[in-house]
Design a protein around this ligand. Structure first.
Ligand SMILES: [Zn+2]
Ligand SMILES: [Zn+2]
Length: 245
């Protein structure tokens, strides 16, 4: 299968200086993406509830950006914060329609201390929002959830689940056992996934080799990796348009 040697065409989770605690500009990220052979990247800044995150109107603001820069397709997205166990997020319905791709994540500065039951509810409820495409790093041990219930909900809502490369770095310590259990369940339930860098610096863009090696070891079916080719990612985006309209 040789997944270990592949780099997905599209990095579905990247940040710029607009997120408040990332270091590169969009131009630097695009340059790095091109150098690595990527065909696209999702611009997914943090939402307004994260300290120094982007303003709530950022999806509208992003419409002034080109669709392509240096031949790299820029998908205008957001990494919204889940702000309540009812699955509500920090981007309003007024601005969500401007997004081409929406990640919903639990971050400790915004929604700390949830129990496994509360976090599971938050994820499952967020998946019911038609604008939300994918859950960001649900394997984060700081926000424990019931993987079986969350993966099942993603599959039944035709949504995606993220394999976040930072879960294999020192940024999310203690993730590996969680991550392996999560991958096993995703595989068992044939969940569609995206493999993403969650880059906060341009050298990280498209650098998902550790996660690809792990998915290779777990023999994850390549056809379930939605962002592996830009064609399959675009096909998902067409599906999303039909879902929202
Ligand atoms: Zn995040
Ligand atoms: Zn992120």
């Amino acid at each position: 299968m040789y997944l270990a040697e592949r780099i997905p065409d599209v990095d579905t989770h990247t940040h710029t200086v607009v997120s408040g605690h990332a270091w590169s500009t969009l131009s630097e990220n695009v340059y790095a993406a091109k150098k690595r052979g990527l065909k696209g990247l999702c611009l997914t800044e943090h939402g307004p509830e994260m300290p120094q995150g982007a303003p709530g109107y950022i999806p509208l603001s992003q419409t002034m950006l080109p669709a392509k820069l240096d031949e790299v397709r820029i998908y205008k997205g957001i990494e919204a914060d889940i702000i309540g166990y009812d699955g509500s997020i920090d981007i309003s319905d007024k601005y969500l329609p401007y997004c081409e791709f929406v990640i919903a994540s639990i971050h400790q500065p915004v929604l700390p201390g949830g129990t496994t039951g509360q976090n599971t509810d938050a994820f499952i409820n967020a998946l019911k929002n038609p604008h939300i495409d994918i859950l960001g790093h649900p394997d984060d041990p700081k926000a424990p959830c019931d993987f079986e219930a969350v993966v099942r909900a993603a599959v039944s809502n035709n949504k995606l689940l993220e394999m976040n490369n930072n879960s294999l770095s020192e940024l999310r310590p203690g993730s590996l056992p969680n991550l392996i259990r999560y991958i096993e369940l995703c595989k068992k339930m044939e969940a569609r996934i995206c493999v993403a860098s969650d880059a906060h610096f341009h050298t990280m863009v498209g650098n998902v080799s550790p996660m690809m090696r792990l998915l290779d070891e777990q023999q994850y079916p390549p056809q379930l990796i939605v962002n592996l080719t830009i064609t399959s990612f675009e096909a998902y985006l067409s599906e999303r348009k039909r879902r929202i309209n």
